[in-house]
Design a protein around this ligand. Structure first.
Ligand SMILES: Cc1cc2nc3c(=O)[nH]c(=O)nc-3n(C[C@H](O)[C@H](O)[C@H](O)COP(=O)(O)OP(=O)(O)OC[C@H]3O[C@@H](n4cnc5c(N)ncnc54)[C@H](O)[C@@H]3O)c2cc1C
Length: 493
């Protein structure tokens, strides 16, 4: 294989490394020669993450970007040494865990060193009294959850990518699991952390239930996307395995009815672990076999915990749905959801049919949530080439919700895949930002969304950029993400 035969999308950005042999040898001294590679077969494997448009690029024979080296460190001290070397030589370092990110966060657009975290895979300690688990951050999500389940606990964080993502990736992107209404997002679950700062210092945030010793600096590193520090260890909350699960589903005549019912359930301080509202199109797609739900809005609930509480939660959930025009559909739809919840062929196979698709998850307050949904759908449908725009709501809080839109389309002849993709994204983000929402609920910023950071953050974005400059004066850690936007020039085809 000759990589020169492929079009490299982020070619212009690549940092030139003068003496690659010297750098390879120094990396070998730090992690052992067997834990460094610059083989084509290895560097090709790290050319992208799971951003959907990059699948279209792959099918066209294009490579997003290529790193120069892959390293597999095992200790924070090794990471520290790698970062010190990278600062001396001005070489970018990009943390990479499982590559399931969907915003281009782990794409090495300036080349450099991919720091693969997979050897940080130890589950170190479960503390039953404190209800915590301490884990190295390269640990795979499913391995962690299985380990906890076998010992009578749950980690409460079950993203759809559970099998293909890591604890470090969750923390890096402020991820959310399917059971978030009860257990929270990852920022609610992390209690303590160890991390390596861009210039090589190793710092620890102690594990404590609550403290008041100055600002919550630890939070700065949750959602940092490998740009302010590399998280090597984390202590997370855990919960005893639920004694009982109640599976409940209702079909509602309108989207508004379904939102009202769920809002009122939360207002009574009832938190089903899972709540998912599917708009009429997604209901027909996922629950077409449920006669009572045809052309309606399906809502599935899972209440879990100790039996007496679950019974009460079920009663209140059902009463509230029925008062808001819900039609009871039994347990079957929820069982169907459990069986299919990790299947992703629907979106991941679209590029093979020359379809451009993506998902856009956004955060919104309750007040204008229904209006915002209709505005996004109407505005997107007007774009030439859009074949589908649908949504579900999958994360719920007493004050707001997380929506998840899916679009698919075929670009009109005069537009490239990238131009069409960008047009849809621009349209959705404009509606969201104009209405006061956030353009990302749990996928992060990465490469393709950094263009909207100034709009999302306003003046406070300057403060964030100053912090980046202070911690990482040489812009070594994961450059090109969050603070600068190179997506437009780089992604044109
Ligand atoms: C099919 C599918 C379903 C998904 N479902 C969900 C879902 O339900 N909920 C959800 O929140 N997300 C979901 N995602 C998105 C993705 O799984 C998450 O963003 C996940 O958190 C990424 O983890 P990862 O280990 O794969 O990280 P990677 O993709 O390897 O890296 C992501 C980012 O984190 C940085 N990084 C990685 N490790 C570290 C570390 N130790 N320290 C600092 N920075 C680091 C990388 O540089 C990169 O910027 C889904 C993705 C797919 C493909």
């Amino acid at each position: 294989m000759n990589l020169e035969n492929f079009e490299l999308i982020y070619k212009e950005n690549r940092v030139k490394i003068k003496d690659k042999a010297k750098i390879k040898s120094k990396l070998g001294e730090i992690v052992g020669n067997e834990n460094v590679s610059d083989k084509e077969i290895d560097i090709l494997a790290y050319n992208k993450d799971t951003t959907l448009i990059t699948l279209n690029w792959t099918l066209e024979g294009k490579i997003a970007a290529l790193p120069d080296f892959i390293v597999w460190p095992e200790t924070p001290e090794q990471i520290s040494s790698i970062l010190r070397l990278a600062n001396e030589e001005k070489i970018p370092v990009i943390p990479f865990s499982e590559g399931s990110g969907v915003v281009g966060g782990a794409i090495p657009i300036y080349g450099g060193i991919i720091l693969d975290m997979k050897k940080f895979n130890k589950i170190l300690e479960i503390n039953d009294k404190d209800l915590t688990v301490t884990v190295e951050t390269g640990t795979n999500g499913m391995n962690l959850e299985r380990h906890l389940n076998a010992k009578g606990y749950t980690g409460g964080h079950i993203p759809q990518s559970l099998y293909t993502s890591s604890v470090g990736g969750w923390i890096a992107h402020r991820a959310a699991g399917q059971f978030s209404s009860k257990y929270g997002k990852i920022e609610d679950i992390v209690m303590g952390m160890e991390l390596v700062l861009p210039q090589g210092d190793i710092i620890k945030f102690k594990t404590i239930a609550r403290a008041s010793t100055g600002p919550q600096l630890d939070k700065l590193f949750i959602g940092n996307e490998g740009t302010l520090g590399i998280v090597t260890k984390a202590t997370l909350k855990i919960w005893p395995s639920p004694e009982k699960r109640a599976l409940i589903s209702y079909a509602f005549p309108t989207f508004e009815d379904s939102l009202e019912a769920t809002r009122k359930i939360l207002r009574q301080q009832i938190y089903p672990a899972v709540i998912r509202i599917y708009d009429a199109d997604e209901t027909n797609r996922h629950f077409g076999h449920i006669e009572k739900a045809k052309d309606k809005v399906m809502v599935v609930f899972v209440c879990e915990g100790i039996e007496r509480l679950v019974d009460l939660e079920e009663t209140i959930t059902r009463e509230t749905c029925e008062k808001n025009n819900g039609i009871y559909c039994g347990e079957d739809p929820v069982e169907h959801w459990f069986e299919t919840r990790f299947k992703v062929t629907e979106t991941s196979s679209t590029p093979t049919f020359k379809i451009v698709a993506d998902t856009i998850e956004i955060g919104f307050l309750w007040d204008k949530a229904a209006d915002m949904y209709h505005s996004v759908i109407e505005a997107t449908k007007k774009i030439q080439g859009v074949m589908m725009i649908t949504a579900h709501v999958s994360h719920f809080y007493p004050n707001g919700v997380g929506f998840y839109f899916t679009f698919a389309g075929i670009p009109p002849k005069e537009k490239t895949d990238f131009e069409f993709y960008q047009e849809v994204w621009n349209c959705v983000v404009k509606v969201i930002e104009d209405a006061g929402g956030s353009f990302g609920h749990h996928h992060g910023v990465g490469l393709n969304r950094s263009q909207w950071m100034p709009v999302e953050w306003g003046k406070s974005f300057d403060t964030l950029k100053s912090i980046k400059k202070l911690l990482d004066p040489n812009n070594i850690l994961n450059p090109g993400k969050i603070y600068e936007s190179v997506w437009k020039e780089g992604g044109e085809n």
